[in-house]
Write a protein that binds this ligand. Structure first.
Ligand code: ADP
Length: 415
């Protein structure tokens, strides 16, 4: 019983505000930490129907994530179970890199692009040094604070809660950042998967649109090979032994310069090293940071001078799940629960907006140094955007109360 009281007390700490969006693992709320006055983002992860044993490894790993502190990693402030959901409390961030890339009013200078990439790689290098992989790197997982600092969000969650389900809208986007070894079904992968995704993000910063937009895993590999050439077995000896390996028609690599006409030589050299097929040969995040691209002119822009989208609109009353202002997360008020897919939740329309904006962005206005020589935009599969992601079970557990107790022990002891 003692642990339940403890759980309630921690949950009472947060005043729930509006829904920020629906992510891979569940709904994300804005909230106020009444102990510190800090604005936070709370990710509510549905634990689902429990069939198997309590996943203690998962809980241990969440505890490890709490220890992962770096200026370029979103801080996991707190974690607590409540009503069959796990709540992860993160520092609140103003915007994300996807919003920056798609904002047609924003001009990104070469120094700006360098700065965004440098912060991304710093976050990655820090986590890889601690043997933590991200596995779900994409521009909207790179959050940006009011001081322009970019921080990686959702670090390690893909490993703990499983890879996002491919039927989901989010996952369709995530595919565009997936390394070829993952697409060929490798079971043993390493930090190289995050570096590949960072390369896709680097390319997206240069092009102002997603670089490789596959509509299926097979198509994704086809897009990669068309852009970077089909890898030969000598280039990537392990490739032919991968579980889902299929032979693709040989396509020679077009010059990278033809795809990124306005990028500097240093930028292209780093990009090609990050896009190396053989993960054993692919540059690491730390090595990438030491590349001359970051020391040659122009230098990375100071984060507080980076362009950011105009502030988001003020939340409307309908965004709140109460008409009486903020509600306390616990004890819950059932009638006020906001559920995705009900109550006029706007997650999907936001997603659609993003896509429409992306399409608009595929032709950059003159004056954008990165986009005016874009090759024709690659095809976008609109059919996927009509899909409504169902709620997704995450941790399996035979014993919810056991799980609660374990979480209490793991997270709610005084610091
Ligand atoms: P996904 O799983 O698709 O990456 P997330 O679960 O990370 O999505 O986030 C869902 C929504 O919540 C997004 O709109 C994201 O911008 C917002 N969000 C997530 N974390 C934070 C945070 N720390 N601060 C502010 N907004 C956040």
């Amino acid at each position: 019983m003692a642990e339940l009281d403890l759980s309630k007390k921690v949950a009472d700490r947060y005043l729930k505000r509006e829904v920020l969006g629906e992510g891979t693992y569940g709904v994300v709320y804005k909230a106020i930490d009444t102990e510190t006055g800090q604005t936070v983002a709370i990710k509510k992860i549905r634990l689902g129907k429990q069939k198997e044993g309590v996943n203690f490894t998962a809980l241990r790993e969440i505890k490890l994530l709490k220890e992962l502190k770096s200026p370029h990693i979103i801080e996991l402030i707190d974690a607590f179970p409540h009503k069959g959901n796990l709540h992860l409390v993160f520092e609140f961030m103003e915007t994300d890199l996807e919003a920056v890339i798609r904002d047609r009013n924003i001009f990104l200078s070469p120094g700006d692009i360098k700065s965004f990439l440098q912060m991304t790689l710093k976050g990655l290098a820090f986590c890889h040094k601690k043997w933590v992989l991200h596995r779900d790197m994409k521009p909207n997982n790179l959050l940006i604070g009011s001081n322009g600092q970019l921080k990686l969000a959702d670090f390690g969650l893909a490993r703990i809660f499983g890879s996002p389900d491919r039927r989901f809208t989010h996952q369709v986007f995530a595919r565009w950042y997936r390394a070829p070894e993952l697409l060929f079904g490798t079971k043993q992968y390493g930090s190289g998967v995050d570096v590949w995704a960072a390369a896709c993000i680097f390319a997206e910063l240069l092009l102002r649109r997603p670089f490789l937009q596959g509509s299926s895993d097979i198509d994704q590999l086809g897009k990669i090979f068309a852009a970077l050439g089909t890898p030969s077995p000598s280039q990537w000896p392990d490739m032919v032994y991968l579980p889902d390996y299929v032979e693709y028609q040989y396509v020679p690599a077009p010059p990278l310069r033809s795809l990124f006409p306005v990028a500097s030589d240093d930028a292209l050299d780093l990009l090609s090293k990050m896009f190396t097929y053989d993960p054993k040969v692919r540059i690491s995040a730390q090595q990438a940071l030491e590349h001359r691209y970051f020391t040659s002119a122009p230098l990375p822009t100071d984060p507080d001078k980076l362009p950011r989208p105009a502030p988001k609109r003020e939340p409307k009353a309908s965004d709140f799940d109460s008409h009486e202002g903020p509600t306390v997360l616990s004890p819950p008020r059932k009638s006020r629960r906001v559920m995705p897919g009900r109550d006029g939740f706007e997650g999907n329309s936001l997603q659609r907006d993003k896509v429409e904006d992306n399409v608009g962005n595929s032709r950059q206005s003159a004056g954008d140094n990165t986009g005016k020589n874009d090759p024709a935009p690659m095809s976008l599969d609109f059919s996927v955007f009509g899909l409504k992601p169902p709620n997704r079970p995450t941790i399996n557990s035979a014993d919810r109360s056991h799980l609660k107790r374990k979480l209490d022990l793991e997270f709610q002891q005084p610091e």
